[in-house]
Design a protein around this ligand. Structure first.
Ligand code: HEC
Ligand code: HEC
Ligand code: HEC
Ligand code: HEC
Ligand code: HEC
Length: 439
C-alpha cells in the first residue's frame, strides 16, 4: 500500500474541477439571514479566510503558482491548493483564481455551502480534497429532525465524522510525502479510540438555537474552528513540570534540571497541520536574586536528525523559496528564526528534493527523517544542566521554563513581508522552580 501511494501520489481526486457554476452555490450571506450566529462564528474563523488571509495569498501567488507554471512535477498544485483553500473556484474551474483583491467568489473560502453540500469521499481515510459534493436545495446536516422552509435537510453520517475534516486536513505532496496528517495522527491516537471527534473539540456544543425560527436545543454545534491562530486555544495546550536534583547549590557546582511536557489537550500532535512552518520551543533560564539571567544547557539525546530540533543561529534554510522568486544568489534565511541558540524545538522538518529544509510543502520530497513533536497524551522529557557561575548572587534562583509557539519562522515572515502577527511567538505555558544559591 505504501509503495502504491509512493508511486502514484496525489491520486485522491473526488471533487471534479470545473464541474459546477458559481451560481450553484449560495453565498454565506444568504445563510446569515437565518443562521446569524453560526455565520458570525464562521466569519471569525480561518475557514472564511482560507483564501483571503495574507499568508495564503502570498504563498499561493508568490510561490506555489509561479512554481507550478515552471516545474512539471508540481504543476498540479495550481488547482490543488485551490481545491482546499477556495473550493468554489476549484469546483467552477476558475483556476488560477484572481487574487483576493479582485473580490471574486473564490474569497468565500471554505463556505457553508461547501461543508453542507459534501456527500462523502472517494477514500475510506480521506486526504487531498477527495470530497464528493452535491450542491442544491438539500443541505446535509447532523440531525434527523431539523426542518427549514428555505432548504431541504438530509441527515448525513459523513458530516458528523472526522472523515469530513480529513478530506482537507490530510495531504500528500506530488512527491508522495504526507505533508499534513492531522486526521491520521488523531486516528491512531487515544481520542479516536474514545470516540472524541474533531467536531467535539473544534465545534463545541452548547444550548441554543441554530436558526432564527429554529428549535431551542441542548447541544448545538458552534462553528468556532479555533486552532493555532487563536492564542487562547494555544495557551495551556501543554503542561510543564520542572524538577531539580538539588535544593541548594554553590557556584562551581552543577544543577541538573528535568522538564516534562505533557500534551493533555490536543487531539493530535502539537504542532500539527502545516508542520513545514510550525515551531514549538522550550527556553530554559535561571534568574538570580538580582534579576541576572543565565541559560541552561540542553542535554542532547542522540537520536537521528536531532540537530534539526536544536536551534542554531548559523543554520540557513528555505533556499527554494528565494529561488522560486528569482532572488539572485539566495543562500536562504535563518532556519530557526531569531530564537536563542541551543533551544529544544518540537517540530517535524520537511526537505525538498535537494535535501534542504523547506517551507514549500508541495515541494517536499522527504519528511520522515525526524518527527519530534508531542503526540496526543504523550509526555516528552528533556534534561538540562547548569554549572553555577561565580557571579551568581546568593539567594533564591528562579529556574524558569517557557514554551513558545510560532506559526512561521520569523526569518521567513520577515523575508516574505508577512504581517508580524503571523510569526510573533505566542506563550503556550511557563513554570518556575526555586532553588537556592549559597556561597
Ligand atoms: C429562511 C431561513 C433559512 C435560511 C436562509 C437558511 N436556513 Fe438553514 N435552517 C433553517 C432552519 C429553520 C433550520 C432548522 C433549525 C432547527 O432544526 O432548529 C435550518 C437547518 C439547517 C441545517 C441543519 C440541518 C440538520 O441536520 O438539522 C443546515 C446544515 C443548514 N440549515 C444549512 C444552511 C445553509 C448552508 C444555508 C445557506 C445556503 C441555510 N441553511 C440557509 C433556516 C434557514
Ligand atoms: C468546515 C465545514 C463547515 C463549514 C464551513 C460550515 N459548517 Fe455547519 N456544520 C459542520 C459540521 C461538521 C456540523 C455538525 C457538527 C456536529 O455533528 O457536531 C455542522 C452543523 C451545522 C448546523 C446544525 C447545527 C446543530 O447543532 O443543529 C447548521 C445550522 C450549520 N452547520 C450551518 C452552517 C452555516 C450557516 C455555515 C456558514 C456560515 C456553516 N454551517 C459552515 C461543518 C461546517
Ligand atoms: C474544504 C476543505 C476543508 C474542510 C472540509 C475542513 N477544513 Fe479546516 N481548514 C481548511 C483550510 C484551507 C484551513 C486553513 C485556513 C488558513 O489558515 O488559511 C483550515 C483550518 C482549520 C483549523 C485551523 C484554524 C486555526 O486557527 O489555525 C481548524 C481547527 C480546522 N480547520 C478544523 C476543521 C474541522 C474540525 C473540520 C471538520 C469538521 C474541518 N476543518 C474541515 C479546510 C477545510
Ligand atoms: C481533544 C481535543 C481535540 C481533538 C479531538 C482535535 N483537536 Fe485539533 N486542536 C486541539 C487544540 C487544543 C489545538 C490547539 C493547539 C495546537 O495548535 O496544536 C488544536 C489545533 C488544531 C489545528 C491547528 C494545528 C497547527 O499546529 O497548526 C488544526 C488544523 C486542527 N486542530 C484540526 C483538527 C482536526 C482535523 C481534528 C480531527 C481529525 C482535530 N483537530 C481533533 C484540540 C483537538
Ligand atoms: C488537502 C487540502 C489542502 C491543500 C491541497 C493545500 N492546503 Fe494549505 N492548508 C490546508 C489546511 C487544512 C491548512 C491548515 C493547517 C493548520 O492549521 O496547520 C492549510 C494551511 C496553509 C497555510 C498556512 C496558513 C497559516 O496561517 O499558517 C498556507 C500558507 C497554505 N495552506 C497554502 C497552501 C498552498 C500554497 C497550497 C498549494 C501548494 C496548499 N496550501 C495546499 C489544506 C490544504
Amino acid at each position: 500500500m505504501g509503495l502504491f501511494f509512493a508511486l502514484v501520489p496525489f491520486i485522491a481526486q473526488g471533487a471534479e474541477m470545473g464541474k459546477f457554476q458559481y451560481e450553484d452555490f449560495k453565498k454565506p450571506e444568504r445563510c446569515r439571514t437565518c443562521h446569524r450566529e453560526i455565520y458570525q462564528e464562521w466569519r471569525q474563523s480561518l475557514m472564511s479566510q482560507s483564501f483571503t488571509h495574507h499568508w495564503d495569498d502570498v504563498e499561493y501567488f508568490k510561490l506555489a503558482l509561479p512554481h507550478a507554471l515552471k516545474l512539471d512535477k508540481v504543476a498540479e498544485v495550481k488547482g490543488g491548493c485551490i481545491a482546499c483553500h477556495a473550493p468554489l473556484a476549484f469546483l467552477t474551474g476558475d483556476i488560477p483564481p484572481k487574487t483576493p483583491a479582485a473580490g471574486t467568489r473564490a474569497n468565500e473560502g471554505v463556505s457553508c455551502e461547501i461543508c453542507h453540500s459534501i456527500t462523502g469521499s472517494t477514500e475510506k481515510e480521506p486526504f487531498n480534497f477527495s470530497y464528493t459534493i452535491k450542491p442544491g436545495k438539500v443541505k446535509f446536516g447532523p440531525r434527523k429532525n431539523g426542518r427549514s422552509s428555505f432548504h431541504g435537510v438530509e441527515y448525513s453520517e459523513f458530516i458528523k465524522g472526522s472523515e469530513l475534516c480529513a478530506t482537507c486536513h490530510d495531504e500528500q505532496s506530488p512527491y508522495g510525502a504526507w505533508v499534513k496528517e492531522t486526521y491520521r495522527e488523531w486516528k491512531s491516537g487515544p481520542y479516536a479510540r474514545e470516540g472524541a471527534r474533531c467536531q467535539d473539540c473544534h465545534m463545541y456544543h452548547a444550548p441554543g438555537k441554530v436558526a432564527r425560527s429554529g428549535k431551542l436545543r441542548s447541544d448545538i454545534a458552534h462553528h468556532a474552528f479555533h486552532g493555532a491562530h487563536f492564542p487562547g486555544k494555544m495557551g495551556g495546550a501543554v503542561d510543564i513540570a520542572l524538577y531539580a536534583d538539588v535544593n541548594q547549590a554553590s557556584p562551581g557546582s552543577s544543577v541538573n534540571v528535568r522538564a516534562e511536557l505533557f500534551n493533555g489537550k490536543v487531539g493530535h500532535y502539537i504542532p500539527s497541520g502545516s508542520c513545514e512552518e510550525r515551531m514549538l520551543w522550550l527556553e530554559m533560564a535561571a534568574i538570580d536574586a538580582e534579576g541576572k539571567t543565565y541559560y541552561l544547557t540542553l542535554n542532547k539525546k542522540g537520536f537521528k536528525g536531532e540537530e534539526y530540533t536544536i536551534s542554531d543561529g548559523k543554520a540557513f534554510a528555505y533556499q527554494a523559496m528565494g529561488e522560486i522568486m528569482g532572488v539572485k544568489e539566495f543562500g536562504g534565511v535563518k532556519r530557526d528564526g531569531n530564537i536563542p541558540d541551543g533551544v529544544r524545538i518540537f517540530r517535524r522538518p520537511f526537505f525538498d528534493p535537494e535535501g534542504r529544509m523547506t517551507i514549500c510543502q508541495w515541494y517536499t520530497a522527504e519528511n520522515s527523517l525526524v518527527d519530534y513533536r508531542i503526540g496526543p497524551r504523550e509526555t516528552k522529557i528533556e534534561s538540562f544542566s547548569w554549572v553555577i557561575p561565580q557571579d551568581v548572587s546568593p539567594g533564591p534562583v528562579k529556574i524558569t521554563a517557557t514554551l513558545y509557539y510560532s506559526l512561521v519562522p520569523s526569518s521567513v515572515g520577515e523575508f516574505l513581508e508577512l504581517m508580524p502577527s503571523e510569526y510573533a511567538p505566542v506563550k503556550v505555558n511557563t513554570v518556575t522552580l526555586d532553588i537556592e544559591v549559597i556561597k
